[in-house]
Design a protein around this ligand. Structure first.
Ligand SMILES: CCCCCCC/C=C/C(=O)SCCNC(=O)CCNC(=O)[C@H](O)C(C)(C)COP(=O)(O)OP(=O)(O)OC[C@H]1O[C@@H](n2cnc3c(N)ncnc32)[C@H](O)[C@@H]1OP(=O)(O)O
Ligand code: FAD
Length: 672
C-alpha cells in the first residue's frame, strides 16, 4: 500500500510499534473501505484534493477572529467545492455526491465546519427526496452545480423537537397562485440552520400549510432568500447569524424571519402532497411522516460519521500514547510508554472496536434504508416504522457513545489533549452537537420505545415480528436467561435484557393505567424506563450486527486479519457485558464467578491487542491533513509540533504585548 511518506524521521517508539504489528494493515484498510477497489478510489480522490496543499492554513483556524474564520472557511469551501464539481465527482459518479470519501477529504479543509456542509448534507438530499420529477429537473442540477447554495430551515427559536408545533405559516393565495410565508411571532424565527446566516441564497423551509382556510400541517417549501447577484436579502426576509457557539464556529448557523414573503405555488415540494392551482389540497403519501425523510436519511448517515470521528480520535490518542512516556514503574527503569498501561488500553482499545462496530452497522443500516426506499417506490410503506425505530436509536446511541469515547481519547492525552492543536477539542465539540441535532438523544430513544412497546404487545399476542425485534418472539416469556459465557451467549443476554426492560415498561404502563391514570400520563411516568429499554434494544442490535457482519466480512481474510478483527469484536462484547453487569445480574443467571472470569479474559485481551494497537489505527489510513493533530501525525513528532504550533499563537507575534504598557505597568506603579 502506498503510504504518504513522512517528511521527517519517524519517532523511534512509533517506528518500533509498527514493527510489532502482526497482521496485514492494508487488508484491514480494504475491509474498512469496503473493498480493495474502494481503497484505490479513495486514495485517488484524496490525492486530487490534498496533494496540492490547498487544504492547508498558514494561520491555524482557531487563531483567527470570528469574521476571518468564516471568510477563510468560505474561501476553502469554494476551492474544495470546485474540486468536487470538476474532478472528484467524475470518479465517484455524481449520484454518489454523499460519498464518505468526499466527506473525509472535506475534513482536511476544515478543522471546524464548512459553511457549505448543509448544502450538500441536507439541502440536496431534501430536493432528491421531496421533489416531483419536474421540480427535481428544475432545482437539482443547479444545486449540484453550486449555482444555488441552500440550507435546511426547520427548527425555530421556540420549537425544535416538536415539528408539529412549528409556527411559520405558508398560506396559499389561489388568485396569485402563490404561497405567503410568514413568521407570526418571535418564537417562529427560523433558528440554527447551518449555512443560512451568511452563505445560502436558498433554503428549504418547513412551514404549516394553509389552503382554503384549513391547516394541513407541516410541509416543505423551497425559498430564494437572497439576490443571486448582490447576495442582498430579498424584501420581506430578515436573515443573519445566531452568534458564537460551542463548535460549528464557521458554519454560519442562521436565523430567518419572513414578513408576508411570497413564493410561487411550484415552490412547495410536492412529491408527497400538493396544492392544486385552485387551492385544493391533495395528499399522495401513504404514510403521514414522509416529509420527515431527510431527517431519517441523515440519522442513517450519522452512524458512519460517528465511526469516522472515533477513528480520528483513536488514531491521535494511540499514536500519542506510543510516543508519550510517563512515570517510573520500577526505580531507575525508563518511564514506560503510556500505551503500556492497561488503564490506557481500556480507554482506547474500545474506541478502535467501536469504530469498526459502527462502520459495519452503518453499512448494514444503509442497506436496510435502501431496501425501505425500494419498497416505498413500489408503494409499500410497511417497512418504514422499523427503519424509523432503528435509525432513531442507532443515531442516539452512536452519537452518545462517540462523544464519551472521544472524551476518553482526550483524557488519554493528558494536558496536551486539551490543546486545540491536538484537534481533539474540535472533534469533541462537533460530535457533541450530533447528540442534539437531527433529533435529541432522549427524544429519539422515546420514538424507538413507541415501536418496541407495540412490538412487545404483538409478540404477546403471538404475532411474528420483523427481524430486528424478532428476539421478542423468542424471549417474550423468558424469565431469567441461563448465562452462557460464549460470544453468542453475551449477544443473547443483551436481547434478554432488552426484552425484560421492554416487558417491564409495558407492565408499568398497564399498572399505571389500571390505577386510573390516562395512557398519556402513564407513558410519561414510564419514560425514564422507556429510554433505558430503547437503549438496551439498540445495544442488542449493535452487538448482534457487529458480530455477524464481522464474521461475514472476514470470511475470506488472512488468518492474522481474521484473528485481530475477531479479537476486537470480542473486546466489544466483553466491554459492554462488563459495563452492564447490573442488567446481567437482573436478567440472567450470571454469577460473580462468571463476571470475574469475564473481567480476567477482558484484561488478557487488552494485552493481546497491545502489539497491534498502532497497526490498527494505521489501518484507518487517515492522512495527516485529515487528522490536523500535533499529537497524532504519522511520524509521531509530537513535541516538535507542539512547539511549532505554540509559535503560531498571535500572542507570540511581539515580545511585549501593548497591554503591559497600558494596564499592567500602571498597576505595578500604582498609577492606574
Ligand atoms: C454529516 C452530516 C451533517 C448533517 C448536519 C446536520 C445539521 C443539523 C440539522 C438538523 O438538526 S435539521 C432539524 C432536525 N430536527 C429534528 O430531528 C427534530 C426531531 N423531531 C422529530 O423528528 C419529530 O418531531 C418526532 C420527535 C419524531 C415527533 O414527531 P411528531 O410529533 O410529528 O410525531 P409523533 O406524533 O410523535 O409520531 C407519530 C407517528 O409518526 C412516527 N414517526 C415520527 N417520525 C417519523 C419519521 N421520521 N419517519 C417515520 N415515522 C415517523 C412515530 O413513530 C409515530 O408512529 P406511531 O407510534 O404512531 O406508529
Ligand atoms: C450545531 C447544530 C446545528 C443545527 N443545524 C440545524 C439545521 O441545519 N437546520 C435545522 O432546522 N435545525 C438545526 N439544528 C437544530 C436541532 O435540530 C435542534 O436543536 C434539535 O432537534 C433539538 O431541538 P431543541 O433545540 O428544540 O431542543 P428541545 O426540544 O427544546 O430539547 C431540550 C431538552 O428537552 C428534552 N425534551 C424535549 N422534548 C421532549 C420529550 N417529548 N420528552 C422528553 N424530553 C424532551 C430533550 O431531551 C432536551 O434534553 C441544529 C442544532 C445544532 C446544535
Amino acid at each position: 500500500m502506498k503510504i504518504n511518506k513522512p517528511k521527517h524521521d519517524v519517532n523511534p517508539d512509533l517506528a518500533k510499534e509498527r514493527l510489532k504489528c502482526n497482521f496485514n494493515i492494508e487488508e484491514v484498510t480494504n475491509i474498512i473501505d469496503g473493498g480493495k477497489d474502494k481503497t484505490v478510489q479513495r486514495k485517488k480522490i484524496e490525492d486530487i484534493a490534498l496533494n496540492n496543499g490547498a487544504s492547508l492554513d498558514e494561520v491555524p483556524e482557531e487563531c483567527l477572529s470570528i469574521k476571518e474564520r468564516y471568510e477563510n472557511a468560505v474561501r476553502k469551501s469554494c476551492v474544495y467545492g470546485n474540486l468536487v464539481r470538476n474532478e472528484m465527482l467524475e470518479i465517484t459518479g455524481i449520484e454518489n455526491f454523499e460519498s464518505p470519501v468526499l466527506r473525509r477529504t472535506a475534513d482536511a479543509f476544515f478543522k471546524d465546519i464548512s459553511p457549505f456542509m448543509l448544502h450538500l448534507g441536507m439541502f440536496v438530499p431534501t430536493l432528491i427526496g421531496q421533489c416531483t420529477p419536474e421540480q427535481t429537473a428544475e432545482w437539482l442540477p443547479k444545486a449540484l452545480d453550486m449555482q444555488i447554495i441552500g440550507a435546511y430551515a426547520q427548527t425555530e427559536l421556540g420549537h425544535g423537537t416538536f415539528i408539529r408545533g412549528l409556527e411559520t405559516t405558508a398560506t396559499y393565495n389561489p388568485e396569485k397562485e402563490e404561497f405567503v410565508l410568514h413568521s407570526p411571532t418571535i418564537t417562529s424565527y427560523k433558528w440554527w440552520a447551518g449555512g443560512l446566516g451568511k452563505t445560502a441564497n436558498h433554503c428549504v423551509v418547513m412551514a404549516q400549510l394553509y389552503t382554503q382556510g384549513k391547516c394541513h400541517g407541516t410541509h416543505l417549501f423551497i425559498v430564494k432568500i437572497r439576490d443571486l447577484d448582490t447576495h442582498m436579502p430579498l424584501p420581506g426576509i430578515t436573515v443573519g447569524e445566531i452568534g458564537p457557539r460551542m463548535g460549528f464556529s464557521s458554519a454560519d448557523n442562521g436565523f430567518l424571519r419572513f414578513d408576508h414573503f411570497r413564493i410561487p405555488r411550484e415552490n412547495m415540494l410536492m412529491k408527497h402532497a400538493k396544492v392544486e392551482k385552485d387551492g385544493v389540497y391533495v395528499k399522495s403519501a401513504k404514510h403521514g411522516k414522509l416529509t420527515y425523510g431527510t431527517m431519517v436519511f441523515i440519522r442513517v448517515t450519522l452512524v458512519s460519521e460517528m465511526s469516522f470521528n472515533i477513528s480520528k480520535a483513536a488514531t491521535i490518542a494511540i499514536r500519542y500514547s506510543a510516543v508519550r512516556r510517563q512515570t517510573e514503574l520500577r526505580p531507575n527503569e525508563p518511564e514506560p510508554q503510556i500505551l503500556d498501561y492497561p488503564t490506557q488500553q481500556h480507554k482506547l482499545f474500545i474506541c478502535i472496536a467501536t469504530a469498526h462496530a459502527f462502520q459495519l452497522t452503518s453499512c448494514w443500516l444503509w442497506n436496510t434504508f435502501q431496501a425501505v426506499l425500494a419498497d416505498m417506490k413500489k408503494g409499500n410503506v410497511d417497512t418504514l416504522p422499523e427503519l424509523h425505530a432503528l435509525s432513531s436509536c442507532l443515531k442516539a446511541v452512536s452519537t452518545s457513545d462517540a462523544l464519551s469515547h472521544i472524551e476518553q481519547c482526550r483524557f488519554a492525552c493528558g494536558g496536551h489533549g486539551y490543546m486545540l492543536s491536538s484537534n481533539l477539542p474540535f472533534i469533541y465539540s462537533f460530535v457533541a452537537a450530533t447528540r442534539t441535532y437531527e433529533g435529541d438523544y432522549t427524544v429519539l430513544l422515546l420514538q424507538t420505545a413507541r415501536f418496541l412497546v407495540k412490538a412487545s404487545e404483538q409478540a404477546e399476542a403471538g404475532k411474528k415480528l420483523t427481524q430486528t425485534v424478532s428476539y421478542l418472539n423468542r424471549t417474550a416469556n423468558a424469565d431469567r436467561l441461563n448465562w452462557d459465557n460464549t460470544h453468542e451467549g453475551i449477544i443473547k443476554s443483551f436481547q434478554v435484557i432488552a426484552a425484560g426492560k421492554i416487558g417491564q415498561c409495558v407492565k408499568s404502563i398497564r399498572d399505571r393505567t389500571a390505577s386510573g391514570m390516562d395512557y398519556e400520563d402513564a407513558w410519561l411516568m414510564t419514560t425514564v424506563q422507556l429510554v433505558g429499554a430503547a437503549e438496551a434494544h439498540c445495544r442488542a442490535v449493535l452487538l448482534n450486527t457487529y458480530w455477524s457482519e464481522m464474521r461475514k466480512i472476514t470470511e475470506a481474510s488472512s488468518a492474522d486479519v481474521k484473528k485481530v478483527m475477531h479479537q476486537l469484536a470480542v473486546l466489544y462484547l466483553m466491554y459492554w457485558a462488563l459495563e452492564k453487569t447490573g442488567d446481567l445480574l437482573k436478567y440472567s443467571s450470571v454469577s460473580k464467578k462468571d463476571l470475574d472470569e469475564l473481567q480476567r479474559r477482558y484484561e488478557e485481551l487488552l494485552a493481546e491487542l497491545r502489539p497491534n494497537a498502532v497497526g490498527l489505527v494505521d489501518a484507518f489510513d487517515l492522512r495527516d491533513e485529515i487528522l490536523h493533530s500535533s499529537l497524532g501525525s504519522y511520524d509521531g513528532r509530537v513535541y516538535e509540533r507542539l512547539i511549532e504550533e505554540a509559535h503560531k499563537s498571535p500572542l507570540n507575534d511581539e515580545p511585549v504585548n501593548q497591554s503591559f504598557h497600558k494596564y499592567t505597568k500602571p498597576l505595578m506603579l500604582g498609577k492606574l
